[in-house]
Ligand binder design. Structure first.
Ligand code: RB5
Length: 156
């Protein structure tokens, strides 16, 4: 599995340490930066990770900032991205099984390395359950089409 990996300066150290974890899990890592702790805007890296996943160059993405919140807000603006902010395994598993999440967001200032490793392992090894969850995920995609910006009518 190819995994697009990105962070801002606050997530840089965790991103670096997760590379080893990802490779040990058999993933091919596509490191989209940032490459040091110089202050950068998380939005740019959320976009890189999101676009890589949305165009199918990577099957999953992992985006890390201080809280994970900025990354999740920004990544979810990329059409086709379903980003989930998870700091424990239960949410990580359900983000895959129920929501077919394709980007995992982590807050490096929130979660320790050991727990982050566990969350990543669960996120990569869990699959979408389909069934009743499928049409809900399809409705999310429909939202992208029907809420194109200012002036778009709210769907009924
Ligand atoms: C950077 O200081 C911090 O704002 C960023 O990493 C992230 O937490 C934003 O959501």
């Amino acid at each position: 599995m190819r995994v697009a990996l990105g962070s801002d300066h606050a997530g840089f150290a965790l991103k670096e340490s997760l590379k080893e974890t990802l490779r040990a899990l058999g993933a091919e890592v596509d490191d989209l930066g940032t490459h040091d702790e110089t202050s950068v805007d998380y939005v740019d890296y959320a976009r890189r990770v999101g676009e890589e996943v949305a165009r199918g160059a990577a099957e999953r993405g992992i985006a890390i900032c201080g809280t994970g919140i900025g990354m999740s807000i920004a990544a979810n603006k990329v059409a086709g991205v379903r980003a989930a902010l998870c700091h424990e395994g239960y949410s990580a598993r359900h983000s895959r099984e129920h929501n077919d999440a394709n980007v995992l967001c982590l807050g490096a200032r929130v979660i320790g390395k050991e727990l982050a490793v566990e969350v990543v392992r669960v996120f990569l090894s869990s699959g979408f359950s389909g069934g009743r969850h499928r049409h809900r995920v399809e409705k999310i995609a429909a939202l992208e089409d029907s809420t194109g910006g200012p002036g778009s009518p709210a769907p009924r």
